[in-house]
Design a protein around this ligand. Sequence first.
Ligand SMILES: [Zn+2]
Length: 86
Amino acid sequence: MDEFVVLPATYGRSYSSIRLDLLPYDSHILGSVHSHPGPRASPSRGDLRAFKALGETHLIIASPFTRESVKAFDVKGNEVRLEVVE
Ligand SMILES: [Zn+2]
């Protein structure tokens, strides 16, 4: 069974963090998705630290939050091809 888990986040003017301590124990976590308020979808240093705990593939949705503004990254922050299957 697949499950989408939303973790609470705290954020301010120039930072954000998620509550990794609330992550359910699961060795099959596939990845993560979060948004950036601006147009840059590149992972921050904090994002890269979180990626290590959250699986293999990570999506960042940047402004203006369209399909074209979504980028996918591997755990090291290298951009990977995102294929949408409908
Ligand atoms: Zn980020």
